[in-house]
Design a protein around this ligand. Structure first.
Ligand code: GDP
Ligand code: IMO
Ligand code: MG
Length: 438
């Protein structure tokens, strides 16, 4: 029987979602992105060749797979066309294989100007956004004044709506933020010219998905970011502006809750975060001065922990089961895919955070908001490392016993199975214990 599988990040993003989506799309007819935008950076390594995708679903390297962008995604035409051009230059056909919902809010140049102006205004309290206009675009959507992909189909109406919304935002840019205004005519001309390439890709994605479901096809829903960056359930206000949790697959694509058969939670074997905000198990290390915690340094350098979108150093730390257990619940995770286990290969001992100590009391649930984390101290258990390579391991039994124990401990603490294990960036360096589509 066909299945709908949702893949989501369970931490603060960059868990390795793209790699796993690419890997298991050999079993599907289509892949759907349902939230976020080009703030995402999903890295695929196929036979040693690396590609970073931002907007285009990670099924694009499988010829027979239809790629779709659901209405929950905020779409920058500039970012999209750049990505299409790069892929097509390297011989991957995109335009005929990509379908875009008319409901996607458009990211336009004033959203980027607003994003940057707001971050500058926040100063030390900056969120550390990707500067891609994501937040302001979702704000416009919720405020019911945003322009959407479908608006491109009526040029006259589009021009009119754009004029109104730009008057509003330019007023704030100039008078509140003391920034340059964004030119209306230039924005309009650019959008109209880009629209000619985007228009043929517009399709009713909800209908398309349901047609495919009725033909008993497997469909994969590709999440971006991670659960702790969810606008409602993350470490607010240090979050992104969409629902990154599995419910986002429902609201952002056009399926219903009962249509989801399995949720694969991608878990990095340790924790990383880019940008500001709480991170209880962080091991502070600064790459520019090469100063800080030696384990933080090891995780950053062995894991190549630099942002796929902005190039920023990712903050690194130990695995945190308090946030993960909350994440597993709110996403209704069916099984875990544990990634980057190999990054721990040379550590003598490994810690797992199993609780927080808050005002002298043990807590097994995360604080409600960012401020609450200030006084949360991680409580760790410690396990011996394995000090040998796990890269490309072909079976669970081949793993050193200490690595097996680490995985079993995670299963034990979460009461979930590790269904997939990733021990290297390449598509091939993966062990599928239980395929979500079987
Ligand atoms: P995503 O945003 O969740 O798709 O993840 P990113 O692509 O931003 O970051 C994950 C990084 O880890 C990429 O550079 C991947 O190539 C790499 N990666 C993924 N899985 C593994 C793994 O099992 N081992 C190692 N060493 N690298 C991995
Ligand atoms: P993938 O899909 C990691 C972070 C930013 C910032 C916050 C808000 O590759 O896992 P935004 O530009 O979205 O308004 O920034 O969210 N962020 C990510 N961190 N991986 C991502 O995507 C991210 N997308 C946004 O660093 O802290
Ligand atoms: Mg990423």
């Amino acid at each position: 029987m066909a299945k709908n599988v949702v893949i989501i990040g369970t931490q603060w993003g960059d868990e390795g979602k793209g790699k796993i989506v690419d890997l298991i799309t050999d079993k599907v007819s289509s892949v759907v992105r349902f939230q976020g935008g080009h703030n995402a950076g999903h890295t695929l390594v196929i036979n040693g060749k690396k590609t970073v995708l931002h907007l285009i679903p990670s099924g694009i390297f499988r010829n027979n797979v239809q790629c779709m962008i659901g209405h929950g995604v905020v779409l920058s035409m500039s970012a999209l066309l750049k990505e299409i051009e790069e892929l097509e230059k390297s011989g991957v056909e995109v335009k005929s294989r990509l379908k875009i919902s008319p409901g996607c809010p458009l990211i336009l140049p004033y959203h980027i100007a607003l994003d940057n102006a707001r971050e500058a205004y926040r100063g030390a309290a900056a969120i550390g956004t990707t500067g891609n206009g994501i937040g302001p675009t979702y704000e416009d959507k919720v405020a019911r004044r945003g322009l959407r992909v479908g608006d491109l189909l009526d040029e006259a109406l589009f021009s009119e709506k754009l004029k109104q919304v730009m008057e509003y935002h330019n007023f704030a840019l100039k008078n509140y933020y003391n920034q340059e205004v964004v030119d209306y005519q230039k924005t309009l001309d650019e959008a109209i010219s880009q629209a000619s390439i985007v228009k043929p890709m517009i399709v009713d994605i909800a209908e398309e998905i349901h047609t495919r479901m009725s033909k008993d096809e497997n469909i994969l829903f590709e999440g971006a970011q991670g659960a702790l960056l969810d606008i409602d359930q993350g470490t607010y206000p240090f979050v992104t502006s969409s629902n990154t949790t599995s419910g986002g697959a429902v609201t952002g694509s056009g399926i219903g809750v009962r249509d989801i058969d399995y949720v694969l939670g991608i878990v990095k074997a340790y924790t990383t975060r880019v940008g500001g905000g709480p991170f209880p198990t962080e091991l502070n290390y600064d790459v520019t001065t090469d100063e800080g915690d030696p384990v933080g340094r090891e995780l950053c350098s062995r894991g190549h922990e630099f942002g796929a979108t902005t190039g920023r150093q990712r903050r690194c730390g130990w695995l945190d089961l308090v946030i993960l257990n909350r994440s597993f619940k709110v996403n209704a995770v069916s099984g875990i895919c544990l990634t980057k286990l190999d990054v721990l290969d040379e550590l003598d001992s490994i810690k797992i955070c199993i609780a927080y100590e808050i005002n002298g009391e043990r807590a097994l649930t995360p604080p409600f908001s960012a401020e609450g984390y200030d006084i949360a101290k991680p409580v760790y258990i410690e396990m011996p490392g394995w000090n040998c390579s796990t890269i490309g391991t072909r079976s669970f039994d081949e793993l050193p016993i200490e690595a097996q124990n680490y995985i079993r401990k995670i299963e034990d603490l979460s009461q979930l199975p590790v269904d997939i294990l990733s021990t290297g960036p390449d598509r091939d360096e993966t062990l599928i214990i239980q395929n979500p589509f079987d």
